[in-house]
Design a protein around this ligand. Structure first.
Ligand code: GLN
Length: 493
C-alpha cells in the first residue's frame, strides 16, 4: 500500500513513475477519511489544496523538474501559519484565524514541492505533554496496550502530527518543540523526531509559545526521512533575528556514516527514581549497540539537570505570558464585546483561552512581577546558563549523549489529568536540551511489556545534527523496529 512507504522510498517511486503524486496523495486522504474521525489528529483537512498540489507535482515530474519533496504528502502542526488556511494553535481564541501569510518553514517545504494534507491537532499554544489541552478535543494514540482498548495519549504538544505519521495518514509532519514537544510524542507513537539546534529553523510565522525555546523540526517514519525533511525546513531567515546564518549540511549523507571512534556520553543524572526498568534495559541495549558499532562509551555528569524542569516551568510560562498578551480581541482572533475596553479584553481572554493556558499566563505574570522577578525568573535564567555550561563541558569529552526520551510509555487519558505537576514530569529528559538550545532526536527502539513503543534520545553539540543522524541511523538498524500500531493504514507485519 502506498501509505506504507517511507518518504525516501516514495521519492524514488515517483521518479520512476511507479505511481503518481495524485495517487500518493489520494491514498493518504483515504487514510485520513478512515482514521481521523477516531484519532482526531487533524483539525483541518485540506483535501482540495492537497490534490491541486499533487497535480502540479505530477506535471513537474513529467517535465523532469523535480524538487527534493515533489509530491510528498505531509501534515503540518496547526501552529505554523499557512496562507489562506485556518491556523488555530488549537485555541478558541484563534478558532477562525486565517493567516494572510505563510511561515518560513512551510514556505520552504512548499518550494521543495511538498503537498499539505492538513493541519494537525496539538495542545493549545503547544502547552502540554498529552495533547489533552486542545480546544478541538484530545488526540488518540494509534497504539493500544495488549488486550485493552484504553484511550492512550499520543504525547504532546505535537500529538496530532505524531499520531498522523504513526497511523500512516501522513508520510511525515512538522512539529515544534519548546520543552520536548517533538521528541516525547515521537517516543509515545513509535516514530522518529528531531528538534534541531535553536536557530536552525526559522520561527517566523510559527505562533509563539516561549520564544527563546521554540524550535521547529520534522517527525517521520525513519531517521533518513527526518533528515530529508529537515534539509528542506532548515536555513537562515532574515525575518527571524534568532535564526543562524550557517550553511545547511547534507543531512541525508550523514545517515549511515561510520561511527568508529565516536564517543558517546551516558549522563548519570538521567537515571531517575520511578523510571520503569524496561526503559533502563532499553537504554543499556542502546549502549551495547553503539559499542558494537565501534563507539566508545563514556560516563558523564550533568549536575544541573535536576533543576531543568523547575527552571523551565518558570521561563516558559514567563515568555508565554508576554507572547500571549497580543490576544486582546482587538486586532485578530476572537472578540467578545464588553462595556469598556478592559471588559472586552477580559471577556475575550476568558472565553478564548483554556485552563492550562490561563494557568501558565498566571504563573508567568507572577514570576515576572516586580517583587518576585529576582527570586524566580532571574534564578531560573542563571540555572539555564549552568545547564548549558554542563552540556558544553560534556561535549568536550564526548560527541553525542544517549538518554531515554521520556520516563514512561504513553499513558491513558485520565491518568495524569488532574495533577499538572505530574504532567510536567513527563518532560524531565527533554527539557534540558531545550534550555541549552542543543539538538535532540528521539527514535523508537523497542516495546514495553504491554506492547507500547519506547524511544531513546540522542543529544548533540550545537549544530551537530549530522552526528545525531549518523548515530541514530546506526541504532535504527540495530533496533529494527518494525511493529505497527493497532490503528494503522497498511499491512501490519
Ligand atoms: N510539555 C512541555 C510544556 O508543556 C513542552 C511543550 C512543548 O515543547 N511545546 O511546556
Amino acid at each position: 500500500m502506498l501509505t506504507e512507504l517511507k518518504i525516501s522510498q516514495a521519492i524514488e517511486g515517483l521518479r520512476r513513475k511507479e505511481f503518481s503524486a495524485e495517487e500518493l496523495t489520494q491514498a493518504h486522504l483515504k487514510a485520513i477519511e478512515a482514521l481521523n474521525e477516531r484519532l482526531n489528529a487533524f483539525i483541518t483537512v485540506t483535501a482540495d489544496y492537497a490534490l491541486s498540489q499533487a497535480k502540479k507535482a505530477d506535471e513537474q515530474l513529467a517535465k523532469g523538474d523535480v524538487k527534493p519533496l515533489t509530491g510528498i504528502p505531509l501534515a503540518i502542526k496547526d501552529l505554523f501559519c499557512t496562507k489562506n488556511i485556518k491556523t488555530t494553535a488549537a485555541s478558541r481564541i484563534l478558532e477562525n484565524f486565517v493567516p494572510p501569510y505563510e511561515s518560513t518553514v512551510t514556505q520552504k517545504l512548499l518550494e521543495d514541492g511538498a503537498v499539505f494534507l492538513g493541519k494537525t491537532n496539538l495542545d493549545e499554544f503547544a502547552m502540554g505533554s498529552g495533547n489533552l489541552n486542545s480546544a478541538f478535543g484530545p488526540v488518540e494514540n494509534p497504539w493500544k496496550r495488549q488486550n485493552d482498548d484504553d484511550f492512550l495519549v499520543p504525547g504532546g504538544s505535537s500529538g496530532g502530527s505524531a499520531a498522523a505519521v504513526a497511523s500512516a495518514m501522513a508520510m511525515g509532519a512538522t512539529g515544534t518543540d519548546t520543552g520536548g514537544s517533538i521528541r516525547q510524542p515521537s517516543s509515545y507513537c513509535g516514530i522518529t523526531g528531531i528538534k534541531p539546534t535553536y536557530g536552525r529553523c526559522s520561527r517566523w510565522g510559527i505562533i509563539a509559545y516561549a520564544s527563546s525555546l521554540d524550535q521547529a523540526g520534522p517527525m517521520g517514519k525513519s531517521v533518513e526521512d527526518c533528515a530529508i525533511l529537515l534539509q528542506s525546513m532548515a536555513g537562515f531567515d532574515p525575518k527571524d533575528s534568532t535564526s543562524v546564518n550557517k550553511a545547511v549540511p547534507d543531512y541525508r549523507k550523514a545517515c549511515g556514516r561510520s561511527l568508529k571512534g565516536m564517543k558517546i556520553g551516558i549522563p548519570k543524572e538521567y537515571r531517575v527514581v520511578g523510571m520503569s526498568s524496561e526503559i533502563e534495559t532499553l537504554w543499556q541495549q542502546g549502549i551495547r549497540w553503539l559499542k558494537e558499532a565501534g563507539c566508545e562509551i563514556v560516563d558523564v555528569s550533568l549536575p544541573h539537570t535536576k533543576y531543568g524542569l523547575a527552571a523551565y516551568y518558570i521561563i516558559a510560562p514567563a515568555e508565554a505570558s508576554s507572547n500571549l498578551a497580543r490576544y486582546d480581541g482587538v486586532r485578530f482572533g476572537r472578540r467578545v464585546q464588553g462595556e469598556t475596553l478592559e471588559a472586552l479584553y477580559s471577556n475575550t481572554r476568558r472565553e478564548g483561552f483554556g485552563a492550562e493556558v490561563k494557568r501558565r499566563i498566571l504563573m508567568g505574570t507572577y514570576v515576572l512581577s516586580a517583587g518576585y522577578y529576582d527570586a524566580y525568573y532571574l534564578r531560573a535564567q542563571k540555572l539555564r546558563q549552568r545547564i548549558h555550561d554542563d552540556f558544553l563541558q560534556a561535549f568536550q569529552k564526548v560527541d553525542v549523549l544517549l538518554t531515554p526520551t521520556a520516563p514512561s510509555a504513553a499513558f491513558a487519558k485520565d491518568e495524569h489529568q488532574l495533577d499538572p505537576v505530574q504532567m510536567y514530569l513527563n518532560d524531565i529528559f527533554t527539557v534540558p536540551a531545550s534550555m541549552a538550545g542543543i539538538p535532540g532526536l528521539s527514535l523508537p527502539v523497542g516495546l514495553d511489556h504491554k506492547g507500547l513503543p519506547l524511544g531513546l534520545q540522542l543529544l548533540g553539540r550545537p549544530f551537530g545534527e549530522e552526528s545525531l543522524f549518523s548515530v541514530a541511523s546506526s541504532m535504527e538498524k540495530s533496533a529494527n523496529f518494525q511493529t505497527k500500531p493497532s490503528l494503522y493504514v497498511g499491512v501490519k507485519s
